[in-house]
Design a protein around this ligand. Structure first.
Ligand code: CP
Length: 331
């Protein structure tokens, strides 16, 4: 694996290896001294052309816990506002010594361009591109699910996957890179995925997706008895930029597709509630559901650091890094 561009690129073996490595990383985070020397002397550039809280901070924390130097680049306030191209921005960063680039961009495909155009010669990690992919979000979701399926919420045994797990993903699938990435990765790992959305928030051409489609959330909960329900953020900013309106109305959306207290109580007793964040409380998820003991939203955020440590380690450490302070899964 040279880059991490799409969850669809990961084989079952590669995905399990990343999850196992992330467990080893998580174990190191229980120590008093959390920092590993693995990426000492390497520089990771966080190249963010679109807003982020969780992903940007998580990649920064992950790189620093592996002792990498981190350069945070935000398009806002940079020469991008003067018209500088992605190519020139990337080459400027490589000239400053980047050993790996984490990129979030509003344009689907931007990380592919960066990885394959020949502008730079370092691993590229996709931190979310347009409505296309968000592979580390899918990995942290899979990691969180695996822990709840096999570890009671704590460390999952090495080598396990998501075979037989039933996951229901609800909401604005049309604009969601998280939904695409989760369908790709969770099904690779053996989960059965159901998407639930209003017809207006489903993309065209979904016939090939390896999942079931439903339009009624109450029916889906009753029929599928999911192990996890993943609520998607309603992406109003992408709707207005695409010229589309919000349909159904926010009130109607919450009534038909929001995870409220009644739907929370209709879930199987063991089911967990997930959300990639940021949450629109009162729209796709009620405060009662978001703050309930079933909610693993905060766990997802914490697990994101371990998962991003794992992918940075696997992509950037090379033989030199793997030789010292390797986590248990790779010792
Ligand atoms: N889940 C996620 O990508 O959140 P941020 O937009 O805050 O990074």
């Amino acid at each position: 694996m040279r880059h991490l561009l799409s969850a669809a690129d990961l084989s079952h073996a590669e995905a399990v290896d990343i999850l196992d490595t992330a467990e080893a990383m998580a174990a190191t985070q229980q120590r008093t001294i959390k920092k590993l020397p693995t990426l000492r002397g390497r520089t990771v550039v966080n190249l963010f052309f679109e807003d982020s809280t969780r992903t940007r901070i998580s990649f920064e924390a992950a790189a620093k816990r592996l002792s990498a130097d981190v350069i945070n680049f935000s398009a806002k306030g940079s020469s991008v506002s003067k018209g500088e191209s992605l190519k020139d921005t990337a080459q400027t960063l490589q000239a400053m010594g980047a050993d790996g680039v984490v990129i979030r961009h509003q344009a689907s495909g931007a990380p592919y361009r960066l990885a394959h155009a020949g502008w730079i010669d370092v691993p590229v990690l996709n931190a979310g591109d347009g409505t296309h992919q968000h592979p580390t979000q899918a990995l942290l979701d899979a990691f969180t699910l695996r822990r709840h399926l096999h570890g009671g919420g704590a460390a999952a045994p090495t080598g396990t996957d998501l075979a037989g797990a039933r996951v229901t993903i609800v909401g604005d699938v049309l604009h969601s890179r998280v939904a695409r990435s989760d369908v790709d990765l969770l099904t690779t790992l053996g989960a059965q995925v159901t998407l639930v959305a209003p017809p207006t928030l489903l993309p065209v051409g979904m016939e090939g997706w390896p999942c079931t489609m439903r339009y009624d959330l109450d029916e889906a909960i009753a029929a599928d008895a999911p192990d996890a329900v993943m609520m998607l953020r309603v992406q109003r900013e992408r709707m207005s930029s695409a010229g589309g309106g919000f349909f159904p109305s926010p009130l109607e959306y919450h009534r038909r597709y929001g995870l409220d207290g009644a739907r929370l109580r209709a879930l199987p007793g063991h089911a967990v509630v997930m959300h990639p964040g940021p949450m629109n409380r009162g729209l796709e998820i009620s405060a009662e559901a978001a703050d309930s003991p079933r909610s693993v939203v905060v766990e997802q955020v914490a697990n994101g650091v371990s998962v991003r440590m794992a992918v940075l380690y696997l992509l950037l450490a090379g033989e030199e890094g793997a030789g010292h302070a390797a986590p248990a899964a790779h010792a």
